[in-house]
Design a protein around this ligand. Structure first.
Ligand code: AMP
Length: 327
């Protein structure tokens, strides 16, 4: 299990973390902060403090409800076997296949023509395969959008087994959340056609788990609503309104809000006020846990997590080395 190395937003929580938290009572789990992955899209002159970011993400994990007593929480680079297995798997991962991975093309375009595309970016799916296969999991819980990546990891595992004639890596399943709206939580804005799009750091349309209630309120106040609803009596289209979508997820009274919005008997301001209230209440326990979590405490959680993860990772690497007949 992984998330990219940036502060976590409500979309990450709904699409990934919320599901992990449910699973931690049922399965043995390994949850990591993917710091190596975050270095695959470095831009010239834009170096960032990857270590600080990793600590903040780990705090988001614990604040959101991942329990270090139940699952191993660690930083990817603290378990060097991830890097080692990445190298081993790079011997069987096909170049053509990697070049065709849709996120490689997207990220390459994002970087723009003047930025060099790194070898690390091309190898991103190989590292992701290593992240998964190292633990020989029964399943990997991911957002729907990540499902194609898992297929690449599976293929790399199969290629390794077939190349070396040993079943080192068993098949694993996708554990996908069935909640349609939560598995693609919209952001606060709309695209150039006035259509809602997913909450994503790259669109700068996120509510972050670590922000203050005032920051959240300010963002929701300027969130995208029905553009043709200028006054209260104008009919709204809740399906295309970010605030109404949030009410659907977070307010038990959303149906009334939607009906009133459509009928022109409630204004967007009322919906926004209710939305601010329910979302801030939803985030309150996470904020409280986060505020109580110091750097020393999170570092200790990560140290213990990495130790636990390494025990498992080393066993797999022994098998990998044996299969590859490394001396
Ligand atoms: P990313 O930060 O895009 O690598 O995503 C990390 C995890 O969060 C993945 O499992 C995504 O599916 C999930 N995720 C990201 N954005 C959203 C969103 N807007 N709604 C639901 N899940 C999301």
């Amino acid at each position: 299990m992984r998330a990219s190395n940036e502060r976590l937003h409500l979309g990450n929580y709904e699409g990934a973390l919320r599901v992990w938290i449910e699973l931690q009572d049922k399965y043995e789990m390994f949850c990591m902060v993917a710091d190596w992955h975050s270095l695959t899209t470095l831009r010239a002159g834009q170096a960032f403090d990857v270590g600080r970011n990793s600590l903040e993400i780990a705090k988001d994990y614990v604040a959101a409800g991942l329990d270090p007593e139940k699952c191993a929480i660690f930083i990817q680079s603290h378990v060097p076997e991830h890097a080692e297995l990445h190298l081993a798997l790079s011997m069987v991962a096909g170049l053509g296949k990697l070049e065709r991975v849709p996120t490689f093309k997207e990220k390459k375009d994002d970087l723009g023509a003047e930025q060099q595309v790194s070898y690390g970016l091309l190898g991103y799916p190989v590292l992701q395969a290593a992240d998964i296969l190292l633990y020989k999991p029964y399943g990997v819980p991911v957002g729907k959008d990540q499902a194609p990546h898992l297929e690449v990891s599976r293929e790399i595992g199969r290629s390794f087994n077939s190349m070396f004639g040993v079943e080192v890596f068993p098949e694993f399943v996708n554990i996908i959340d069935q909640d349609e709206l939560r598995s693609k939580l919209p952001g606060l804005d709309a695209d150039e056609n006035g259509v809602l799009r997913k909450m994503s750091k790259s669109y700068d349309n996120c509510i972050y788990l670590s922000e203050t209630p005032d920051e959240t309120a300010k963002k929701i106040k300027s969130a995208f609503t029905t553009p043709t609803k200028l006054k209260k009596t104008d009919p709204g289209i809740p399906e295309g309104c970010a605030v109404c979508q949030y009410l659907k997820v977070y307010s038990p009274d959303w149906q009334t809000a939607w009906d009133e919005d459509r009928a022109g008997i409630r204004g967007c301001m009322q919906s926004k006020t209710e939305c601010i209230e329910v979302i801030n209440e939803y985030l309150r326990p996470m904020r409280e846990r986060r505020a109580a979590l110091g750097d020393d405490e999170i570092r200790e959680i990560l140290r213990v997590g990495a130790e636990k993860a390494r025990e498992r990772a080393k066993m797999t690497m022994d098998e990998v080395r044996a299969a590859m007949k490394l001396a």
